[in-house]
Write a protein that binds this ligand. Structure first.
Ligand code: PMP
Length: 301
């Protein structure tokens, strides 16, 4: 793609010069928040929803983002334009900023903003055609009363451990259970199962990130006439499902065809999963903020 320009605290710098201090608490302690956002043909998909989640995550960890939602909207669009991108993945990071070696964020004068826009390296096409083989891992999802999984913070160790365990098992993705053994989510994707015509996804209290794609699929499924229920479910329910799929900004909707060695349905991506993916892709250019008229509709809290 030629030069890549990164927005780093007020200016655009080339990728090789996009560096932050070793005293940034995002680096030292994972102290910060982030979002991953997709851009489809100049439409920043569900940008307002991503910004609401970002500010809510920041509020939860008492990090005051020194920008308005409109500022962030403008920066995102400028970053896309600077990199000549209309189809992209955006990484928006707000770290606590530079402080001393102590834990206390009081030493950090100002949060640091980074925006990276890239062409997306999603799962290869064959993963969508064949579906994913996944396993359940021993690492449990953060308990909501310890470190809420709803906070999209820079502390992703829980998810990274899941990825490591998946790799050790020789697969690309894995399922995390919550502390009570109910299915929570994948390493960085939400989960849906289809059983006897009913589409299920775990409710918020089971403990997962409140995925923007998850919400879009919930709304779409209702529009499409599915019986959609937010109910807790177990691994047994997953094993005996007719279809299983994961949802996320990068993956969109991706079929799962094997879980812990149990073949799901006939071992091929399910028909309903494919219908839902198509319906999702048909709407991604409509719902969001246009690069041509970048107005954030959400109130600043
Ligand atoms: N769960 C986790 C832990 C995530 O990091 C993500 C984001 N990739 C998701 C679920 C999916 O959320 P979204 O649809 O907003 O990308």
């Amino acid at each position: 793609m030629g030069e890549q320009w990164i927005y780093l605290d007020g200016e655009f710098v080339e990728k090789e010069n996009a560096k932050i201090s070793v005293f940034d608490h995002g680096f030292l302690y994972g102290d910060g928040v982030f979002e991953g956002i997709r851009v489809y043909n100049g439409n920043v998909y569900k940008l307002d929803e991503h910004l609401v989640r970002l500010y809510n995550s920041a509020k939860s960890i008492m990090l005051d983002i020194p920008y308005t939602k409109q500022d962030l909207t403008d920066v995102i669009v400028e970053t896309l334009k600077k990199n000549n991108l209309r189809d992209a993945y955006i990484r928006l990071v707000v770290s606590r900023g530079v402080g001393n070696l102590g834990l206390d964020p009081a030493s950090c004068a100002r949060p640091q903003l980074v925006v990276i826009a890239e062409k997306l390296a999603i799962y290869p096409k064959e993963f969508y055609e064949k579906g994913l083989d996944i396993v359940t891992v021993a690492t449990r999802r953060n308990r909501p009363d310890v470190l809420s999984p709803k906070v999209k913070s820079l502390n992703y160790l829980n998810n990274i451990l899941v990825k490591i365990e998946a790799g050790l098992a020789g697969v690309n993705e894995a399922l995390m259970l919550n502390n009570e053994g109910y299915v929570a989510e994948g390493s960085a994707d939400n989960i849906f199962i289809l059983r006897e015509g009913v589409l299920y996804t775990p409710p918020g209290y089971v403990g997962a990130l409140e995925g923007i794609t998850r919400q879009a699929i919930v709304e779409l499924a209702v529009e499409m006439g599915y019986d959609l229920r937010e109910d807790p479910f177990t691994r047994h329910d997953v094993y005996t499902s007719d279809e299983v799929f994961l949802t996320g900004t990068a993956a969109e909707v991706i079929a799962v065809v094997k879980v812990d060695g149990r073949i799901i349905g006939d071992g091929k991506p399910g028909k309903e999963t494919q219908r839902i993916l198509e319906a999702f892709r048909n709407k991604v250019e409509q719902d969001g903020v246009s690069m041509e008229a970048p107005r954030s509709e959400v109130e600043i809290t």
